[in-house]
Design a protein around this ligand. Sequence first.
Ligand code: PGA
Length: 250
Amino acid sequence: MRQPFVAGNWKMNGSLDSVNTLLDGIKAGIGEVKEAEVAVCAPFVFIPKAQQKLNGSPVAWGGQDLSVHDAGAYTGETAGSMLKDFGCRYVIIGHSERRTYHHESDDLVAAKFQAALKAGLIPIFCIGETLEQREGGITEEVVGRQLDAVLNLDDGATLGRGVIAYEPVWAIGTGKTASPEQAQDVHAFIRNRVAGKNGAVAEKIRILYGGSMKPGNAAELMAKPDIDGGLIGGAALQAEDFLGICTAAN
Ligand code: PGA
């Protein structure tokens, strides 16, 4: 059995005030969450605050990106070891917003995946197709290529140390969720592709769905056999909504 996992991706949102309120709200309600492992991925500057508030609670925290480099003259970048210093357990890798706005390639994403592991962090590895690609019938081609960048680093063992998040780009922040069947189809495709390389990894790796997941649609998505949880953007900014999704895994 794979333990469900729900991770919040706050993106570039929040103030010290709102983050305090959000973290207090999550802490207050986390006792209702029986099944899911829970984490929040905060903007870098709020990570010490997440650590201070969440330390000793069942909620883990993480970053939304990391540098591929260990240290040095890379202005504006943040190393995995720095995230680790502040108690991060997870880091999001290859989010579609990084791929789109920062032109992150599959190879760079794979290098970041390895940098995360090297720093002792668990990568949450995002893959997903755009609307144009879906309508062009190349969803599997695109998702397969993105997946292979990490899957083919070795016999699948490296991939197996992370978490996958399938996030159809057309569903992110649009309010347009993939139907449970649409999502399950791609999740099954991903798991089968991993199984083609490494059956044990395919069996145990968690594949999260991301894209307009809300308390109202989380349960039916997570009920699908290959959907092991969610990566939550907009709905992770309110404790009540986020906890509603986490409890949907109960
Ligand atoms: P959303 O974002 O839940 O707001 O659609 C998900 C994500 O981008 O991780």
